[in-house]
Design a binder for this molecule. Sequence first.
Ligand SMILES: [Zn+2]
Length: 163
Amino acid sequence: MKRWFSRSRQGGEVVSDGASPQEGGPEEVRSEAEWRDRLSPEQYQVLRRKGTEPAFSGRYVHAHDDGMYRCAGCGAELFNSSTKFDSGTGWPSFTEPAIAENVVLTSDRTHLMVRTEVTCRRCGSHLGHVFNDGPAPTGQRYCMNSLSLDLDSSGLDTSPPKS
Ligand SMILES: [Zn+2]
Protein backbone atom coordinates (compact mmCIF):
# COMPACT_ATOMS: atom_id res chain seq x y z
CA MET A 1 0.00 0.00 0.00
CA LYS A 2 1.29 3.36 -0.93
CA ARG A 3 1.29 6.23 1.44
CA TRP A 4 1.31 9.70 0.07
CA PHE A 5 2.94 12.45 1.98
CA SER A 6 1.18 15.47 0.68
CA ARG A 7 2.20 17.99 3.26
CA SER A 8 3.41 20.92 1.24
CA ARG A 9 6.89 22.22 1.58
CA GLN A 10 7.13 25.80 2.61
CA GLY A 11 9.14 27.42 -0.10
CA GLY A 12 11.86 29.80 0.78
CA GLU A 13 11.59 29.43 4.49
CA VAL A 14 14.90 28.76 6.12
CA VAL A 15 15.00 27.05 9.47
CA SER A 16 18.06 28.61 10.91
CA ASP A 17 18.59 27.23 14.34
CA GLY A 18 17.60 23.62 13.90
CA ALA A 19 15.35 23.65 16.95
CA SER A 20 12.19 22.72 15.10
CA PRO A 21 11.69 19.36 13.42
CA GLN A 22 11.91 19.28 9.65
CA GLU A 23 10.59 16.83 7.14
CA GLY A 24 13.34 14.42 6.17
CA GLY A 25 15.35 15.84 9.02
CA PRO A 26 18.27 14.30 10.84
CA GLU A 27 18.02 10.96 12.59
CA GLU A 28 19.58 12.25 15.77
CA VAL A 29 17.71 15.23 17.10
CA ARG A 30 19.21 17.07 20.05
CA SER A 31 18.09 20.17 21.84
CA GLU A 32 20.10 23.33 21.49
CA ALA A 33 21.13 22.96 25.13
CA GLU A 34 22.48 19.49 24.44
CA TRP A 35 24.45 20.77 21.47
CA ARG A 36 25.92 23.62 23.50
CA ASP A 37 26.93 21.11 26.12
CA ARG A 38 28.40 18.71 23.59
CA LEU A 39 30.32 21.14 21.41
CA SER A 40 32.87 23.87 22.00
CA PRO A 41 31.53 27.40 21.42
CA GLU A 42 33.46 27.56 18.15
CA GLN A 43 32.07 24.22 17.01
CA TYR A 44 28.56 25.26 17.98
CA GLN A 45 28.80 28.33 15.77
CA VAL A 46 29.81 26.26 12.76
CA LEU A 47 27.84 23.04 13.22
CA ARG A 48 24.60 24.44 14.57
CA ARG A 49 24.61 28.06 13.36
CA LYS A 50 26.12 27.32 9.93
CA GLY A 51 29.15 29.45 10.59
CA THR A 52 32.48 29.24 8.78
CA GLU A 53 35.78 29.04 10.58
CA PRO A 54 38.42 31.57 9.47
CA ALA A 55 40.57 30.37 6.57
CA PHE A 56 43.78 28.58 7.64
CA SER A 57 42.57 28.48 11.25
CA GLY A 58 41.51 24.86 11.32
CA ARG A 59 43.59 21.99 12.61
CA TYR A 60 43.01 19.85 9.52
CA VAL A 61 43.93 22.36 6.80
CA HIS A 62 47.39 20.89 6.36
CA ALA A 63 46.78 17.49 7.92
CA HIS A 64 48.17 14.53 6.01
CA ASP A 65 47.43 11.79 8.48
CA ASP A 66 45.60 8.73 7.26
CA GLY A 67 42.22 8.02 8.69
CA MET A 68 38.52 8.61 8.55
CA TYR A 69 37.19 12.10 9.08
CA ARG A 70 34.09 11.72 11.19
CA CYS A 71 31.34 14.19 12.01
CA ALA A 72 32.29 16.20 15.10
CA GLY A 73 28.62 16.22 16.03
CA CYS A 74 27.79 12.52 15.92
CA GLY A 75 30.77 10.48 14.73
CA ALA A 76 29.32 9.52 11.35
CA GLU A 77 31.96 8.60 8.76
CA LEU A 78 32.23 11.49 6.31
CA PHE A 79 35.52 11.69 4.43
CA ASN A 80 38.43 9.34 3.87
CA SER A 81 41.86 10.95 4.14
CA SER A 82 42.74 9.43 0.74
CA THR A 83 40.33 11.90 -0.91
CA LYS A 84 41.80 14.95 0.83
CA PHE A 85 43.75 17.37 -1.33
CA ASP A 86 45.47 20.70 -0.88
CA SER A 87 43.06 23.24 -2.34
CA GLY A 88 44.97 26.27 -1.12
CA THR A 89 41.74 27.77 0.20
CA GLY A 90 42.52 27.44 3.89
CA TRP A 91 39.92 24.76 4.57
CA PRO A 92 40.31 21.00 4.45
CA SER A 93 39.08 19.88 1.05
CA PHE A 94 37.98 16.51 -0.29
CA THR A 95 36.99 15.18 -3.70
CA GLU A 96 34.13 13.04 -2.45
CA PRO A 97 32.41 11.82 0.70
CA ALA A 98 33.42 8.42 2.05
CA ILE A 99 29.79 7.34 2.04
CA ALA A 100 27.55 9.45 -0.18
CA GLU A 101 24.45 8.68 1.88
CA ASN A 102 26.05 10.16 4.99
CA VAL A 103 25.88 13.72 3.70
CA VAL A 104 22.98 15.88 2.56
CA LEU A 105 23.43 18.51 -0.13
CA THR A 106 21.10 21.49 -0.19
CA SER A 107 21.02 24.74 -2.09
CA ASP A 108 22.22 27.64 0.03
CA ARG A 109 21.31 31.14 -1.18
CA THR A 110 22.72 33.14 1.70
CA HIS A 111 25.43 35.79 1.35
CA LEU A 112 24.27 36.71 -2.20
CA MET A 113 25.63 33.45 -3.57
CA VAL A 114 24.14 30.20 -4.69
CA ARG A 115 26.17 27.49 -3.07
CA THR A 116 25.57 23.88 -2.13
CA GLU A 117 25.61 23.34 1.59
CA VAL A 118 26.84 20.03 2.99
CA THR A 119 25.28 18.73 6.19
CA CYS A 120 25.56 15.48 8.12
CA ARG A 121 22.57 13.26 7.45
CA ARG A 122 22.62 11.67 10.89
CA CYS A 123 22.70 14.74 13.10
CA GLY A 124 21.97 17.61 10.71
CA SER A 125 25.13 19.52 11.56
CA HIS A 126 26.56 21.98 9.07
CA LEU A 127 29.84 20.74 7.59
CA GLY A 128 30.72 23.15 4.78
CA HIS A 129 29.99 23.58 1.07
CA VAL A 130 30.73 21.69 -2.13
CA PHE A 131 31.91 23.37 -5.32
CA ASN A 132 32.37 22.12 -8.89
CA ASP A 133 35.96 23.30 -9.29
CA GLY A 134 37.74 20.34 -7.75
CA PRO A 135 40.36 18.06 -9.29
CA ALA A 136 39.78 14.90 -11.31
CA PRO A 137 38.22 12.40 -11.14
CA THR A 138 35.15 13.87 -9.46
CA GLY A 139 35.70 17.54 -10.26
CA GLN A 140 34.23 18.33 -6.88
CA ARG A 141 35.67 20.22 -3.97
CA TYR A 142 34.11 19.50 -0.62
CA CYS A 143 35.24 22.53 1.34
CA MET A 144 34.83 21.60 4.99
CA ASN A 145 35.33 23.23 8.35
CA SER A 146 37.95 21.55 10.51
CA LEU A 147 35.66 22.23 13.45
CA SER A 148 33.02 19.97 11.88
CA LEU A 149 35.43 17.08 11.54
CA ASP A 150 37.11 14.66 13.88
CA LEU A 151 39.93 12.60 12.38
CA ASP A 152 39.85 8.99 13.46
CA SER A 153 43.19 7.37 12.64
CA SER A 154 42.52 4.13 14.46
CA GLY A 155 39.61 2.25 13.00
CA LEU A 156 40.06 2.41 9.27
CA ASP A 157 37.88 -0.09 7.43
CA THR A 158 40.03 0.27 4.34
CA SER A 159 43.37 -0.68 5.86
CA PRO A 160 45.67 -2.32 3.34
CA PRO A 161 45.97 -6.11 3.55
CA LYS A 162 49.01 -7.37 5.37
CA SER A 163 51.30 -9.34 3.15
ZN1 LIG B 1 26.76 14.25 12.36
